[in-house]
Design a protein around this ligand. Structure first.
Ligand code: ATP
Ligand code: MG
Length: 261
């Protein structure tokens, strides 16, 4: 099935409930297509770059054949919060007028860990490899950010990945290497060869990244360099540099994995 070239846009019609206290306070909202979405708010403390990371990493993962709930852009009228009794939520809604990020709500899903069900060495290795590629440290036993739904493993919550973008400024260029600590990764003990995952998936990264960066809304990127396409190029050059550095980080992840098995 071909992947779409744009993210769908829906309008939020109802704020249903906060999903969890603390964190970025994602909320469940209903859209004008009658779908339910987990909303990541543009006005949350994590900022717009967290939403950008969700799109780049989520759509990259999808492009590489991993399961990710559909991502949509959600137009929010800040007045939607007027009837909301919780002041913190009201504040968040008021600060989030415009385009937010929604992820298709998977009803009846629950946290996946390899203790719930064996993911198999291939899938486990791919997820571990992806997280090393995008510098996502948010996939630990404490916080798996994987859901089991219809017997399949779904990847969520990529807002903390690509942490280098917090240093974006005019003239930014990727470092020659970035540190990724695999020690706490939830798939470490279940994964097969990460080098094999790399051989299979790395050739597909450039095209998948090209698609993913075109899906980022311009107005999330404007504040970054003042020019959305400069920001898109910066993300692309990160991935070029990261793939060039693969021999080093793959060896580190493999060493951590073999030590664990
Ligand atoms: N698409 C989804 N379908 C069903 N449940 C979801 C979905 N996305 C998120 N959730 C649930 O909401 C929780 C919080 O979402 P998420 O992890 O994306 O936000 P967060 O702000 O990073 O939270 P935390 O920092 O606590 O991990 C998830 O752990 C999961 O239980
Ligand atoms: Mg989470």
């Amino acid at each position: 099935m071909p992947l779409p070239g744009t993210l769908r846009t829906v309008a939020a019609t109802r704020y249903v409930t906060p999903l969890r206290e603390g964190g970025s306070l994602p909320g469940l909202v209903e859209g004008d297509d009658l779908g339910m979405y987990v909303l990541k708010f543009r006005g949350a403390g994590q900022g717009l770059k967290a939403l950008v990371a969700e799109v780049v990493v989520g759509e990259l993962a999808r492009g590489l054949g991993l399961r990710v709930p559909e991502l949509v852009l959600v137009d929010l009228d800040p007045d939607l919060g007027r009837a909301e009794p919780d002041e913190e939520v009201q504040e968040l809604l008021r600060a989030s007028g415009g385009r937010n990020l929604g992820s298709d709500f998977l009803p009846g899903s629950f946290d996946f860990t390899p203790a719930v069900r064996d993911p198999g060495p291939d899938l486990a290795a791919r997820v571990l490899w992806l997280d090393a590629l995008v510098l996502n440290v948010d996939r630990s036993w404490r916080n798996p950010n994987l859901l089991l739904w219809h017997r399949e493993v779904w990847l969520i919550d990529h807002g903390a990945a690509l942490y280098f973008h917090h240093r974006f400024a005019a003239g930014w260029a990727p470092a020659t290497s970035y540190r990724f600590d695999a020690a706490d990764h939830i798939m470490l003990g279940a994964a097969g060869s990460v080098e094999a995952a790399h051989e299979e998936l790395a050739p597909r990264v450039p095209a998948a990244v090209d698609r993913a960066v075109t899906l980022i809304p311009d107005d999330w990127l404007d504040p970054v360099f003042g020019d959305p396409d400069t920001a898109r190029s910066a993300y692309r050059s990160y991935f070029t540099a990261r793939l060039a550095d693969a021999p080093r980080w793959l060896a580190d992840v493999e060493a951590a994995r073999v030590a664990r098995v």
